[in-house]
Design a protein around this ligand. Sequence first.
Ligand code: DAT
Ligand code: MG
Length: 148
Amino acid sequence: MERTLILIKPDGVQRRLVGTIIQRFEQKGLRLAGLKMVQADRDLAARHYAVHQGKPFYESLLKFLESGPTVAMVWEGREAVAVARNLMGGTDGAKAPPGTIRGDFGLSVQNNLVHGSDSRENAEQEIALWFHENELVAYESSDNAWIG
Ligand code: DAT
Ligand code: MG
């Protein structure tokens, strides 16, 4: 079973899209294993986006992630990392196809509503950054045999 970290970033919270975005992951068949609201500080923002350090948009990106509360979630299921990335659409909302979260609700590159881990390894690292292990819940979904 694969897990991925999904963030509804501050623009998604401010724009009252939390329920709508969660619904996309839920309806697809992924299983919610953890969920909380976090006000990221500079340290958390910098660690989360460490890979982008030195890029021209880095400082602005950290300010954005610090600018308000984020909803942090762990979703699990078959191919969860790739499935979640497909549900999100590409980075630039203007180019992301309709039907995806960014394609349906975003026009910006930076303010693109969601974060999703881009590999299984990064997912495990990011989950550890945002969650304590005891905040994640393991359980059987009763519809598992139907969803796979
Ligand atoms: P993604 O979030 O699709 O994985 P990424 O990891 O390349 O994209 O970049 C992380 C975030 O940084 C992205 O969600 C929005 C922002 N970003 C990326 N490229 C950018 C750019 N050229 N200008 C401004 N912000 C950018
Ligand atoms: Mg990324």
